[in-house]
Every structure is written in structure tokens, then in C-alpha cells.
Design a protein around this ligand. Sequence first.
Ligand code: CAA
Length: 315
Amino acid sequence: MSLVSFCLVREELARTCPNAELIFTMQGLGAGPIIVAGNEEQKQKYLPPVASGKSIITFALTEPSGGTDAASILSQAKREGDHYLLNGSKTFISMAPDADVYAVFAKTDPSKGSKGITGFIVEKGFPGFVPGERLDLIAAHPIGSIYFEDCSIPVANRLGEEGEGFKIAMQTLDFFRTTVGACAVGMAQAALEESLKYAKQRLAFGQPIAKFQLIQAKVADMAMKISAARLLVFQAAFLRDGGKKNITAESSMAKLYATEIAQQVIDQAVQVHGGYGVCKGYLVEKLYREIRALRIYEGTSEIQHLVIANQLLRD
Ligand code: CAA
């Protein structure tokens, strides 16, 4: 799928059905490392069941010791003949521990930092794979921990060569960070539409609140920010689909700006709704809880600033 198509689908699903959006996206993120670096055999074996929904796949990079400093992961895989033995743990893994397949990143040479990381395709049935606990978030999202205790992974399940794992993970995130921006735009758009509807119906001081200029200023500001965010998202997507190899900065800008403004837009939507905005059962209340994680996952807003600056200084 082109990045533009992926963003269009993600924005529209986020606007209309966040649960469908979650399923669509998580299958994509989990499959990402196989699409980026898998060989033909791995693609044939693992991708069709993911596309048809028979197999749930996920992306497993983050560890209890930290998510932002991805190069410092502690999980280690040691080669023993035609297998690797993997030890360590992963947490904040979407769809875990229920997912069937995991794109796991672990150190094969701890002395080499980010260049000592290797990617693996791990099935939950592999010996030594231990399902962990589920985490309870402020907004419904299936997420949890997994453990590896001498987990035996065939060499055939290694993604690319040893040491290529960090780049595979980062390339996957370059693609998906743009789409996180698209998701944020969709959620903000839903909040705007709900606010417009509510402002036209809700009466105060004898007229719909939409007649008041302070409400008008809010919705104008919301629409303007959403449009700007959407343009950043599709700029990154068009550049990548047009053949630009490195969209790291554009992707981070799209994610950073769209998730930050979506938080502001949804907050304003709650304000337009007054007391009802914080009542369970109102869409804006749900969006208010759901948007928060987007400024954290797949790289915090703070890390996106650093990624953008690194690219600018490098160039
Ligand atoms: N594409 C290709 N290569 C890349 C790259 C990219 N986007 N980014 C970095 N690299 C390469 C660099 O070029 C470098 O290689 P060379 O030395 O050969 O040039 C190597 O990788 C190391 O790069 P850095 O020195 O920049 O690495 P760093 O250790 O300083 O880390 C970082 C950079 C930006 C902080 C990175 O660790 C990062 O993005 N952290 C955030 C991780 C993250 O997003 N975690 C979320 C996990 S997923 C999730 O949240 C989903 C869920 O399910 C909840």
C-alpha cells in the first residue's frame, strides 16, 4: 500500500471507528519489519495470514528499561547452530500477549550499540516464549508484556543480517510515524465535526452557542490547525511515494505537529461541550482519553524534535 493510501485509510477510520483503525494499523506496524527486510520465504509465510486477519502480528521493540533510547535494549539473542536463543522482556507491546507473531528486536552483539541489534520473527508457539501481563490504559487499547526464556528461534526467522535490526526498526517507524499523524488528524476532525453539530443545537442566552464569536473563534482555530496538520502528513506521504528515500524529518514533523494539535483541538471540543464534554458516552470525552497516547507511542514528541534536528544538522 502506498503511504498516501495508508494515511487516507487511517485518517478516515480514526474519524469514524477507532477500533477498526487500531486493528488495521497494528497489523501494518507488526508486518512493517517483514515488508522492509524480510526475504521472499518469510513474506510468503507470514504476510498473507496477516492480511486476511487469520494471524495477529505486532512490533516488539520497547523494553521495561526504556522505550525512547531504543538502541539500549537489553534483550539478547545468541546463535547456537541453526537457532538463536533469545532472553529478555518486552513491554508496552500492542496486541501482546495475544498476538500470534512478533517482530522482535534484540542484541546479537551488545558491544556494538545500535549496530549490534538484530530483528527476528517470533511465533508465540516457539519454546521459551512466555506471555506476560496485560496493561490497563486510560483508553481501551490491547497492550501488554512478553518474556523470552531461552526462546528458540530458527535462523531462518532472522530479519536481514545480524546488526541490521536498528535500521529496520527505524525505517518501519519512518513509515508509521507519518500515519500516526494521519490518525491524529482523523480524531481531531471527528472532534471538530462533533463540536459544530453541538454548537448549532445547544442553546444559551436564547440562541445556539454557534452564534457566539468565542465559539466561532474556537472552531475556526480547530479547522485551521487540522488543515495544517493534514498538509504535513500528506507532504511526507507524497514525498515518500514519489521516491524520496529519506523522509525521517518529514515523518517526524507530521507526527509531532498532528498529535500535538489534535490534543489541543480535542481539548477545545470538550470545552465547547461544557459539562457534557467530560461525561462518559460523549464522543469528545472518549477522544480526550484516546488522543493522549499518540504523543507518546512510536516516539514521544520530545524525541521527534531531536529526530528533526538531527536530520537538519546532518544535512
Ligand atoms: N532510517 C535508517 N537508519 C536510521 C534511522 C532511520 N530513520 N534513524 C537512525 N538510523 C541509523 C543512523 O543512521 C545510525 O547509523 P550510522 O551510524 O550507520 O549512520 C544508526 O541508525 C544509529 O542512529 P542514531 O545515532 O541516531 O541513534 P540513537 O541511538 O541516537 O537513537 C533515536 C536515535 C531517534 C532516539 C531512536 O532511538 C528513536 O527513534 N527512539 C524512539 C523509539 C521509538 O519510537 N519507540 C517506540 C516503539 S514502537 C511503539 O511505540 C508502538 C507500540 O506498539 C506502542
